[in-house]
Design a protein around this ligand. Structure first.
Ligand code: XMP
Length: 516
């Protein structure tokens, strides 16, 4: 296994991700925990020093244990990790000045040397590589035994190595997107270290299960299950680890899609035999939303009630000490800069705002290191049906924000049916997986139509479908006219209460994905 010593970079987890993509098992440990004894026990096959915010020129700045250099294993230092390695081995670092600091895109060019580690680099016609730099300090003199393999205008020692000892160090961050060919360096590094790339999600599952057991012991855990991929994978993983010590609460706020509550409940009860409380609180939620038409008030009303309801059910579970949450790495990265750091402030948009703090429960977050696609892979590994894993995202406030203006039971009923026809159409045409998110919204207006020989005066429906990578930006999906015509006809024929259908062709920005 490979050890990543974390010096506090915002992107340390991305290194782990690149390694998992190469099917290499790694663990991240904060530098404070990595002592000589720890190293001996861990017996890494290779080590990576992450970047970090500190300056090696400051006294008392983070260090790896000296023993790291004496294990005879390959080491890769990144950014701060490079500087620390140089200082430890006899080089010299200069503190940052404005003309030597570099932030953002830069280009490195090769020197006359070459080595395995940089194989696959500098293939561009210009003979240079785009990299992403983010450093104030820089190496002013390299340590004995090292040679320079690549330079950039701001970092003459951008890429260095001591081939004999198999120590490699770069000033830039190969793990980020903006170093397009960065993964190749990790690939070369793990090859040099002798990894065969045989680690898989199966192993990850086993490791997580062991960790959960260790953390939880014989205590009770509760988990809010929404039916989304993240909370489902969390629930199932916990269930595998601790069985009946887990109770899941599925809060049904009455704003779910057609048959959704039944599907979620039967899937978890029947297939997984999981302790599940189906908290049908739709009357409570819909009552509180009566007369509310402002989008933010809707969100706040639902968010607050959710906490109250969850608390009520959690109180019934005797001795619950832990709360399991499906927090993913992208949720963590914006709110905490240190992987060994204290627990995270939860963002209200992503999770159920403030649940843990109010309840005084300890957190179990088994997906904290994973990205969405990895969670899907883990779900697959756990036997979740593909149709479930690939489901489009669905917002916490549910249909409330797909019913602009005032929410009524009538409108919800119509919307559920229309949405189901729309999604059925998308599936029938084999488009579901190409689309990031698709849904119908019922508009707060009635329009006149003619059906048979009669006049109708019914609701108008908006259809939305977008492509996106992360939901931050999105493009509307270019359906064919045939598809749109056929779908509109089907909805108007099959759903009483709708007599007009619009397709929303707004991208994000300037629109948002949801209408509210
Ligand atoms: P927007 O509408 O902001 O949506 O472009 C981006 C993504 O976030 C989802 N979304 C929400 N999810 N609570 C949630 O849990 C919310 O209040 C909320 N609002 C939007 C939306 O469905 C899309 O995937």
């Amino acid at each position: 296994r490979l050890l990543i010593i974390d010096f506090g970079s915002q992107v340390t987890q991305l290194i782990a991700r690149r390694l998992r993509e190469l099917n290499v098992y790694c663990e991240i440990h904060p530098y404070q925990n990595v002592s000589d004894a720890f190293l001996k026990e861990f017996a890494p096959k290779a080590i990576i020093f992450s970047g970090g915010p500190d300056s090696v020129t400051r006294e008392g700045s983070p260090r790896p244990p000296k023993a790291a250099y004496e294990l005879g294993v390959p080491i890769l230092g990144i950014c701060y990790g490079q500087q620390v390695m140089m200082q430890d081995l006899g080089g010299r670092i200069e503190a940052g000045e404005s003309h030597t600091a570099e932030f953002g895109r830069a280009y490195v060019t090769p020197t006359e040397h070459s080595t395995e580690f940089f194989n696959g680099w500098f293939l561009d016609a210009t003979g240079r590589e785009q990299v992403w730099m983010s450093h104030g300090d820089h190496v002013a003199e390299i340590a004995p035994g090292f040679d320079v393999y690549g330079t950039s205008p701001g970092a003459p020692f951008a890429m260095i190595a001591d081939l004999e000892r198999r120590f490699y160090a770069v000033q830039f961050h190969p793990e980020v997107h903006h170093t397009p060919n960065g993964a190749t360096l990790y690939e070369n590094f793990v090859k040099i270290a002798g990894f065969t790339g045989d680690w898989t999600m199966t192993a990850y599952r086993e490791e997580m299960i062991a960790k959960i057991r260790e953390q939880v012991g014989d205590k009770q855990v509760i988990c809010a299950l929404s039916g989304g991929v993240d909370s489902s994978v969390t629930g199932i993983l916990l269930h595998e680890a601790i069985g009946d010590q887990l109770t899941c609460v599925f809060v049904d706020h009455g704003l779910l899609r057609l048959n959704e509550a039944e599907q979620v409940v039967s899937m978890f009860r029947d297939n997984y035999n999981l302790n599940l409380i189906h908290a049908d609180e739709s009357e409570l939620f819909l009552g509180a939303l009566e007369g509310v038409s402002d989008p933010e008030t809707k969100r706040k009303t639902i968010g607050k009630l959710f906490i109250d309801v969850f608390q009520k059910y959690a109180d019934q579970i005797e001795g619950a000490e832990f709360l399991a949450q499906g927090t993913l790495y992208p949720d963590v990265i914006e709110s905490v800069s240190f992987s060994g750091g204290p627990s995270v402030t939860i963002k209200s948009h992503h999770n159920v705002g403030g649940l843990p703090e109010k309840m005084g429960l300890k957190l179990v977050e088994p997906l904290r290191e994973l990205f969405k696609d990895e969670v899907r892979a883990l779900g697959h590994e756990l036997g979740l049906p593909a149709s479930f894993i690939g489901r489009h995202p669905f917002p916490g406030p549910g249909l409330a924000i797909r019913c602009p203006g005032e929410i009524t039971r009538d409108k919800l009923e119509i919307l559920r049916k229309a949405d189901a026809v729309y999604i059925d159409q998308i599936r029938k045409h084999g488009l579901y997986d190409e689309i990031w998110q698709a849904f119908a919204a019922i508009l707060p207006m009635r329009t006149v139509g003619v059906m048979g020989d009669g006049r109708t005066y019914d609701y108008a429906l908006a259809l939305r479908a977008v492509t996106s990578v992360d939901g931050m930006t999105a493009d509307y999906y270019p359906f064919t006219h045939e598809f749109l015509g056929e779908t509109s006809t089907r909805i108007i024929n099959e759903v009483k209460g709708i007599n007009r259908v619009f397709y929303d062709c707004t991208s994000k920005p300037p629109g948002t994905i949801e209408l509210e």
